[in-house]
Design a protein. Structure first.
Length: 299
């Protein structure tokens, strides 16, 4: 099986979401339903127009799972079934749940450009049936940046992004996969960190429901126990961020943990930048180079 690491083409995106993705719907984590997350979102490579004139074309759209009243009460579902959600992912303009709204994607039959294909599919951590889906994001590029900073002399402030010169000096840009701001070793380290965070959740927070998801270029770690006391409020999420960043020195993205409006990659969607399938994993030894390969690369 090939370990090709490259961007998926438009045709490959269509192949994946029409042929492979529908067969994975039953494997979605139980909290990801047609009506549970408050939003689903799609990102496109090329801007695509919406119906309203003089409105900028969109490369990213959010679609609520429910229409709500002014008071926030749920009125009507935007997706009547998982099949409708899948159709929206496959053909966003033709099956936009905002159909009839000025902000719906434009009808592809009226344009000279093809219908968009999602380069990424997301769901919202904010949830109708749960107080909060708590997630930690560990990205290989952040691990590589940390490594480059420690290996090279720099006068940059810690808050400044690590530049390509530092990554090159540390040998990261020339390491496989060449040209990416991380090495495969950094993804492996991200998975190691992910299972460390999982253990911290289980040991320090007595969590019984946790999950590690390979995200394509790192991992997401979930604490899924319902926190009835704190309801994952701002303060409790700050405590988790401080614990992981300061005490354990794990380079997480604290915004993901803290932001209720955050979206994360949908499990079993495709990370199109590297042609790998996002999926739950059971061990840090997960071989993302061969075990997350979509069918269009298997031939």
């Amino acid at each position: 099986m090939t370990s090709t690491w490259r961007e998926a083409t438009r045709d490959e995106l269509q192949t994946y979401y029409t042929e492979s993705f529908p067969g994975q719907i039953d494997a979605l984590p139980s909290f990801i339903t047609v009506e549970g997350p408050k939003e689903y979102a799609l990102a496109f490579r090329e801007p695509y127009p919406v119906r309203k004139q003089n409105t900028p074309d969109r490369t990213f759209i959010r679609r609520e799972t429910w229409q709500t009243s002014d008071s926030g009460d749920r009125i009507a579902q935007h997706f009547g079934s998982l099949d409708e959600l899948v159709e929206f992912i496959q053909y966003p303009a033709r099956h936009d749940p905002f159909h009839g709204s000025d902000y719906a994607l434009a009808d592809p039959d009226l344009l000279e450009r093809p219908e968009p294909r999602p380069k990424a599919v997301y769901y919202a951590l904010d949830h109708w049936e749960r107080p909060w889906v708590l997630a930690v994001d560990i990205d290989a590029k952040d691990i590589a940046a940390q490594r480059a900073t420690s290996q090279t002399e720099t006068t940059a402030e810690p808050t400044e992004p690590v530049g390509s010169d530092q990554l090159r000096d540390a040998g990261i840009l020339d390491s496989a996969p060449e040209g990416y701001p991380y090495a495969f070793a950094d993804i492996e380290q991200a998975l190691e960190y992910g299972f460390t965070v999982k253990e911290i959740f289980e040991d320090d927070f007595a969590a019984t429901e946790t999950m590690v998801v390979y995200s394509g270029q790192g991992c997401h770690v979930y604490l899924l126990d319902t926190d009835h006391k704190h309801r994952y409020d701002e303060q409790s999420r700050e405590v988790i961020n401080d614990l992981l960043l300061e005490e354990y020195e794990i380079p997480i993205d604290p915004v993901v943990t803290a932001d209720r409006r955050r979206v994360l990659r949908l499990p079993y969607s495709l990370h199109a930048d590297v042609s790998r399938v996002v999926q739950p994993v059971e061990s840090p030894d997960f071989d993302f180079q061969t075990e997350a390969v979509p069918s269009f690369l298997e031939a």
